[in-house]
Every structure is written in structure tokens, then in C-alpha cells.
Design a protein around this ligand. Structure first.
Ligand code: APR
Length: 234
């Protein structure tokens, strides 16, 4: 009988760092190179859609060369082998968790490999470059397509399902996130309200590190497989 019946895992950019995808707030992070107000807000997109498309086109191209790493693969193993419910909530917009085999997955900040029509709301898979001239595959309108990404000031996806899972979990594991952005940074508080055991796995202590009952620090490709192996022994 394993000790944990319902597990919620939150991942951030740190879980994909060793796959070559950038983080945001580390010393060479994306927000040290770009002004997030220009490329990750609805206002920035309205002011200069070409600049926003350029930013996400470059990230979409990067994604083509990225492969899941040992941390993604360990989390997929946990979902398959742990005899209980494992929900993976990611802040990341890459598709490396899916490529590693994770299925019970919520992309609360959207997905880089998808685009959305602002006219008819249709969401399409899209791995090419996007421009203001790209027509919607459903309503054929042009000038209406945007990355299917949640920008600052917008509401993350599937929050009801996430809060429901947090209220029922007895293990919450936060991996590779600085704990800087709400609502994800508040998930540990919800888990504590549910009397869950809380674990932080990160390269270094996050902003919310003192809220976690258990903390392990190091590269995700080392500490995540180690932690999952221990969980699977229980
Ligand atoms: N292994 C484990 N953790 C790592 C590694 C690694 N190899 N490399 C970096 N980290 C950690 C950093 O120490 C940092 O705490 O990953 C975290 C990355 O933090 P951020 O760059 O702030 O990324 P994240 O927490 O995912 O940002 C949250 O902010 O800009 C928005 O929408 C964006 O989803 C993003 C959200």
C-alpha cells in the first residue's frame, strides 16, 4: 500500500532547462533579454504583433531541437507505475512532458505548439512560424491568430480542476520553479490546507522554500529521478 494516494506535481522552466530550453529569471533567463511587457502581455501584442510573433517563432523553433530529459522521463514513469492518481500541472509551454509520455497533464500557461483565433477561439496545432497574415484554419479570418499562451494579466487555464486536485492531494511536489508567479506560487498553500506533504525539488531554494516540508536541491535530471525512485519504493 503506497503512502500517497493522490499526488499533484507542479513543474516550471527548471525541469526543461537541461533540455536546452531557457528559463525566465535565471541569470541568462528570457526576461533578462526581452521586456516581458512587450512580448508576454495582450497590450504588447496589440502594440506590436510582429515582435510577439518573432519571439514565439524563435521559441517554437528551439522546441524542435529539444528532447525530454531524465526528469521528464521520471515523472512519466511515476504516472505509469504509482498505484494512485498523479496529476502533472505545468507552467511550461513546451511539449516535453507529453514527449516523455505524461498523459494526466494540465498546461496552465498554454502551449507553444498551438495557436488560437481571436475571432472564433478555434485552437490549432502549429509548429511553424506564425505571422499576422496566417489565416485561421477554422474561420479563415486573417490577422486574428495569436499564440495559445497565457500572457501576464490573463487567467491561466483549468484553474478549477487544479484547485480541486490540490484540495484532495496528500502529496504536492514543486519542481524547477522560482515560485515568483501567482497563482502557481500559491499552490503550496492550497496543498498545506489539505494537510498534504509538500516537497520542493529545485536547483536552488525558491521564493516559497520555507513553506515546503521537504526540500532537495540540485539539477532536475539528478534529483527528480532520485525522488521518483524513492516514491516508487514506498
Ligand atoms: N534543475 C532544476 N531547477 C532548475 C534548473 C535545473 N537544471 N535550472 C534552473 N532551475 C530553477 C531555477 O533555480 C529557478 O528557481 O528553475 C527555476 C526557474 O524559474 P523561472 O525562470 O522563474 O521559471 P518559472 O518559475 O517556470 O516561471 C514561472 O513565469 O514568466 C512566467 O509564464 C512564465 O511559466 C513562467 C512563469
Amino acid at each position: 500500500m503506497n503512502q500517497y494516494r493522490r499526488i499533484v506535481i507542479l513543474t516550471g522552466a527548471g525541469v526543461s532547462a537541461e533540455s536546452g530550453l531557457g528559463t525566465f529569471r535565471d541569470k541568462n533567463g528570457l526576461w533578462t533579454k526581452y521586456d516581458l511587457r512587450e512580448v508576454a502581455t495582450p497590450e504588447g501584442f496589440a502594440a506590436n504583433p510582429h515582435k510577439v510573433h518573432e519571439f514565439y517563432n524563435a521559441r517554437r523553433q528551439n522546441l524542435k531541437n529539444a528532447k525530454p530529459n531524465a526528469a521528464h522521463l521520471a515523472l512519466s514513469r511515476l504516472e505509469k507505475k504509482h498505484r494512485s492518481e498523479v496529476l502533472l500541472v505545468t507552467q511550461n509551454v513546451d511539449n516535453l512532458h507529453e514527449q516523455a509520455g505524461s498523459g494526466n497533464l494540465i498546461h496552465m500557461h498554454g502551449e507553444l505548439a498551438k495557436i488560437r483565433c481571436q475571432q472564433c477561439d478555434h485552437v490549432s496545432e502549429w509548429t511553424n512560424d506564425l505571422s499576422v497574415g496566417t489565416p485561421c484554419l477554422a474561420c479563415a479570418e486573417t490577422g486574428t491568430m495569436r499564440p495559445h499562451i497565457v500572457w501576464f494579466g490573463e487567467t491561466p487555464f483549468d484553474m478549477n480542476a487544479i484547485y480541486e486536485a490540490l484540495s484532495l492531494c496528500n502529496l504536492f511536489v514543486s519542481i524547477g520553479t522560482s515560485g515568483s508567479v501567482y497563482p502557481a506560487s500559491g499552490f503550496v498553500d492550497e496543498a498545506l490546507r489539505a494537510d498534504a506533504h509538500t516537497v520542493e525539488l529545485n536547483l536552488e531554494p525558491s521564493e516559497g522554500q520555507s513553506l515546503f516540508a521537504e526540500r532537495h536541491y540540485g539539477p532536475a535530471t539528478k534529483i527528480v529521478p532520485d525522488y521518483v525512485a524513492r516514491l516508487l519504493e514506498i
